[in-house]
Write a protein that binds this ligand. Structure first.
Ligand SMILES: [Fe+2]
Length: 215
C-alpha cells in the first residue's frame, strides 16, 4: 500500500487541483509505490514515435498559470521542455494520431476511466526537468520513446533502498512525490497518458488485473 498523503481535491473553474501536505517519498514507501513497469502487447512504439515526430510541439506553460502563483517558476515557461496537449475528445485525432488514439481508448477501457488524456513531451538535450510534483492528476502512464532512457529520480529516502532511480520503457508513475529528470545527452521524447481522478494504487491494481504489468 502507498503511504502517499491523501489528496485533497480543489476545483478551480474547470481545472482540478490536487493539494498535498507532504509530497516527498518516505521510509515507509517501496519502489512499487512509485513506478510500475508495464507491458502493453497492443502498443506499436514505432507508430507512436512517428506520430510524435509529425506533431508540432510548443514550449510548456503551466496549466494553472493564470490561477496559481507559478510566477518566476521554471514551469511557467521553458523553451527546453516542449509539449503537445490533446483534448479529451479523441475523435478529432483519428487521422493524424491513430496509434495515440488507440492506446488512449484501450487504457480508458482497461481503467474504466474516460479521463485518460495523452500528451507528448520532449526534453531538449542538455536541459533538466527540475524537482516538481505534477500539477494535475496523481499518476500517469509514460512511454519512453528513446531506446536509451534517462533516469527518473524521486526526492527523499526509502529505507533499505537509497537508490531511487528508475528506468522504464512503459511505466505507471506516481506523480505526487517530487521527481525530476537530470540533463540527458539527447532529446528525450515521452508519450504520456495522464490518468485523472484515480489514485496510483487503483490504476496499478487494474493494470495487474489486465496482465499489463511486467512480472
Ligand atoms: Fe512530472
Amino acid at each position: 500500500m502507498s503511504t502517499v498523503e491523501p489528496l485533497q481535491k480543489i476545483q478551480l473553474g474547470k481545472v482540478t487541483l490536487w493539494e498535498r501536505k507532504d509530497p516527498d517519498i518516505n521510509n515507509d514507501m517501496k519502489r512499487e509505490d512509485l513506478v510500475t513497469e508495464c507491458k502493453f502487447d497492443w502498443l506499436d512504439i514505432e507508430a507512436l514515435k512517428l506520430e510524435f515526430d509529425q506533431t508540432e510541439m510548443k514550449p510548456f506553460e503551466h496549466p494553472l498559470k493564470e490561477k496559481c502563483k507559478a510566477e518566476n517558476s521554471w514551469f511557467e515557461y521553458t523553451p527546453n521542455w516542449h509539449t503537445y496537449k490533446f483534448t479529451n475528445d479523441m475523435s478529432q485525432y483519428t487521422d493524424t494520431n491513430p496509434e495515440t488514439v488507440k492506446c488512449t481508448m484501450i487504457l480508458r477501457y482497461i481503467l474504466d476511466n474516460k479521463r485518460v488524456v495523452p500528451k507528448y513531451f520532449k526534453q531538449i538535450a542538455g536541459s533538466d526537468l527540475p524537482w516538481h510534483s505534477d500539477p494535475l492528476g496523481s499518476c500517469a502512464i509514460n512511454v519512453a520513446l528513446e531506446d536509451d532512457t534517462a533516469n527518473l529520480e524521486y526526492l527523499g529516502n526509502m529505507a533499505g533502498d537509497p537508490d531511487v532511480h528508475f528506468n522504464y520503457r512503459i511505466g505507471l508513475l506516481n506523480t505526487v512525490p517530487r521527481h525530476r529528470v537530470q540533463p540527458f545527452h539527447q532529446d528525450r521524447r515521452t508519450a504520456k497518458f495522464q490518468v485523472f481522478d484515480m489514485d496510483y494504487n487503483i490504476v496499478r491494481e487494474k493494470l495487474i488485473e489486465n496482465n499489463a504489468v511486467l512480472s
